[in-house]
Design a protein around this ligand. Structure first.
Ligand code: MN
Length: 345
C-alpha cells in the first residue's frame, strides 16, 4: 500500500514582508515548487523546493520542466525502501532543491503511512529547537530598528547580514550590540569580503567587546584558502555555507581544516547528503548549523524535522517562513516564538 501512484508539482509564489537584501542580491518574493506524492493507500506526502539561482544555479522553470521525468522515475517505487529512492534522486545533483523536496516527500508519506513524525524516522534526538531571526542589509538606522524588533519578539540569536560595506557593517554591529545586550550573533557576509577585509571586520568587532558565535562565509565560495586564513586570523568560529553544498565539499573542508562550522541547508544537499554531512562533521570535528533559502512553512517543516530527528545542530537559522506572507501555516510542528517543537499526535 506504500507504493507511489502519482507525483505532482505546483508553482507557489510568496511575497516577503520587506525586500530581503543580502550581499549582491535583493528579493521581494520567493518562488517555490511544491511536490506532492500520492501512495496506493491514498496517503499523501509533501515537500517543497526553494531553488537558489545564486547558490545552486537552479530556477523554478528548470524544476517544473522535470515533472514528467520525475513521475516516470518514481511511479511504482515503495516509500518503505526510501534509501533506494534516495539513491535514484541523488542523480538530480544539478537540482538539489528538487532532490530535497522529493526525498522529504517520501519520508513524509512514509511517516503518515506508519503514524509517526518524520523526526522520529530520522532518530528523534530532540523535542525542541530554537531558531534565530535575520537582519538584512539596510541603512544602519533600519538595521538597528529591525534588530530591536527581533530581540523584543523573544529571539535570543540574531543573524546579521554584512558584506557590502565594511565600514557601515562595523558601525551597524556596534549599534545593534548596544541595544540587544544578551543576544548571540551569527554574522553572515555571503562571500562579500576579501580575506583581509574579513579579518579586519572580525578584529574591529572583537575590540568593541562583541562576541560573534558564528562568522558565516566571509569570502567567496571557491576560496578555501581564504576561509582558512580567516579562521586562523580572526577570533570567531568560521562557517562555510556557499562553499559547502555536497558531502564532497565538506570532506574537502575537513581535510583543509578550513572551517569550524558547516551550515547545512537541505536546499543545497537534499536529505541524503545532509545525513552524510552530519556523519562527516561528527568524524571530522566540525560543528553544524542548519539554514534555509526561501522556504515557506511547508519547506521549513523539512529542516525542522531533520534538525529534531538528528539533533546535530548548535544553531538553527530557520526563519524564511517568518519573513513572508503565507495564507496558512503548513508545518507539521509547533512554532512558539523562536521555539519549534514536535507536534503531538
Ligand atoms: Mn549563509
Amino acid at each position: 500500500m506504500s507504493k507511489i501512484v502519482d507525483v505532482k508539482f505546483s508553482l507557489k509564489t510568496y511575497e516577503y514582508f520587506k525586500p530581503f537584501h543580502i550581499t549582491g542580491s535583493v528579493s521581494s518574493e520567493s518562488r517555490n515548487v511544491e511536490v506532492e506524492l500520492v501512495l496506493e493507500s491514498g496517503v499523501r506526502g509533501f515537500g517543497e523546493a526553494s531553488p537558489s539561482f545564486r547558490v545552486n544555479g537552479e530556477r523554478v522553470e528548470s524544476i517544473l520542466a522535470l515533472e514528467h521525468f520525475v513521475r516516470e522515475m518514481l511511479l511504482g517505487q515503495d516509500v518503505k525502501n526510501y534509501r533506494r529512492i534516495f539513491d535514484m534522486t541523488d542523480r538530480l545533483f544539478a537540482f538539489p532543491s528538487l532532490k530535497a523536496a522529493l526525498q522529504f516527500a517520501v519520508l513524509d508519506a512514509l511517516a503518515e503511512e506508519v503514524g509517526l513524525e518524520v523526526c522520529h524516522l530520522l532518530g528523534g534526538a530532540k523535542e525542541e529547537i530554537e531558531t534565530d531571526k535575520t537582519v538584512g542589509i539596510d541603512t544602519i538606522e533600519n538595521r538597528v530598528e529591525e534588530a530591536i524588533g527581533i530581540f523584543r519578539e523573544g529571539f535570543r540569536v540574531i543573524k546579521i547580514k554584512v558584506g557590502e560595506n565594511l565600514r557601515e557593517d562595523i558601525e551597524a554591529m556596534a549599534e545593534i550590540y548596544r541595544v540587544t545586550k544578551g543576544a548571540e550573533y551569527i554574522v553572515d557576509a555571503n562571500m562579500g569580503y576579501t580575506p583581509k577585509e574579513a579579518v579586519e571586520f572580525a578584529r574591529k568587532v572583537y575590540q568593541m567587546g562583541i562576541d560573534v558565535a558564528v562568522y558565516e562565509q566571509p569570502v567567496r565560495r571557491e576560496d578555501i584558502e581564504g576561509l582558512k586564513y580567516v579562521r586562523f586570523h580572526s577570533p570567531f568560529p568560521v562557517a562555510a555555507d556557499e562553499s559547502a553544498r555536497t558531502k564532497y565539499d565538506v570532506m574537502r573542508l575537513v581535510k583543509e581544516e578550513a572551517v569550524d562550522y558547516v551550515n547545512i541547508k537541505l536546499m543545497k544537499s537534499g536529505i541524503s547528503d545532509a545525513l552524510a554531512i552530519v556523519e562527516i562533521a561528527k568524524s571530522g570535528g566540525l560543528k553544524l548549523m542548519i539554514g534555509c533559502m526561501g522556504e515557506s512553512s511547508l519547506g521549513i517543516n523539512q529542516s525542522v524535522h531533520f534538525a529534531l530527528g538528528t539533533g546535530a545542530f548548535e544553531f538553527h537559522d530557520l526563519d524564511s517562513h517568518l519573513m513572508m506572507k503565507e495564507g496558512s501555516f503548513r508545518g507539521k510542528f509547533v512554532q512558539d516564538g523562536p521555539k519549534m517543537r514536535v507536534r503531538s499526535r
